[in-house]
Design a protein around this ligand. Structure first.
Ligand SMILES: [Zn+2]
Length: 231
């Protein structure tokens, strides 16, 4: 795998970890279309996906996706078996199963999943959501999709709001200090500290003195040696 591809994947997954509370083991919700592409391209979902994302993963599917695959008959037998090998995440549609894509849409609402799908419509839908990660295969190569514009804008708005809150908190703190007379005290401490720093600095005069002392020492030693020679 090329380093740039790895770096991109790493940067993207940490975007979700840092901003949308995704936590290892990262949950990957896999549908039949992704399984079909993986089997066709001899892509090992367990091993190759893990080495691509470099994180601990939990591979999941839902009853709806297994039922959908079973309905499509013997041709998708391998896909059904593959789906059954993953952890089963209950979706609440057991009595009235939904189409795989519709089931995923309900599942991602309140959960942090990376959705693994080749379904173009579902991919487009995910690309318009906030904080929903998408992974797909391009032949045998996995791609973690770039975070959606909606996700990026959400993060920018969130960081601006945090800055505003901290500014407001700072103002509140200043007001409390003023009321209790602590502000003057703290200002005085700051001034004292500045003065201390100035006091602690090197005194150019003392440096000069040291030089003179050394020179006089040398002169004295020379004199002593001359006297000794004369004796
Ligand atoms: Zn379901």
């Amino acid at each position: 795998m090329k380093v740039t591809r790895f770096k991109k994947a790493c940067k993207r997954i940490y975007f979700y970890i840092n901003n949308f509370n995704y936590r290892p083991p990262i949950q990957v919700l896999i549908d039949g279309t992704f399984c079909f592409a993986a089997i066709k391209n001899k892509f090992s979902i367990e091993d190759q996906l893990k080495s691509y994302l470099q994180l601990e993963l939990r591979l999941l599917t839902t009853p709806c996706m297994i039922i959908e695959s079973e309905k499509l008959g013997h041709k998708l037998h391998q896909v059904t078996q593959k789906l059954k090998s993953f952890n089963l995440n209950k979706c609440g549609h057991e009595k009235n199963p939904l189409a795989g894509s519709e089931c995923i849409k309900t599942m991602v609402k309140d959960n942090h999943f990376i959705v693994a799908t080749q379904d173009r419509d579902l991919q487009d839908w995910l690309r318009h959501q906030i904080g929903k990660a998408l992974i797909y295969l391009h032949n045998v190569v996995p791609h973690l999709d770039e975070p959606s514009d909606a996700s990026k804008k959400f993060v920018i708005r969130k960081s601006k709001a945090t800055t505003r809150v901290s500014t407001f908190e700072d103002e509140q703190l200043m007001n409390i200090k003023k009321k209790e007379g602590l502000l003057k005290e703290s200002s005085l401490v700051r001034i004292k500290n500045i003065k201390k720093k100035k006091k602690g600095g090197p005194n150019p005069l003392s440096c000069k003195k040291k030089k003179i002392n050394i020179q006089t020492k040398i002169k004295k030693e020379k004199m002593k040696s001359k006297i000794k020679k004369k004796l």
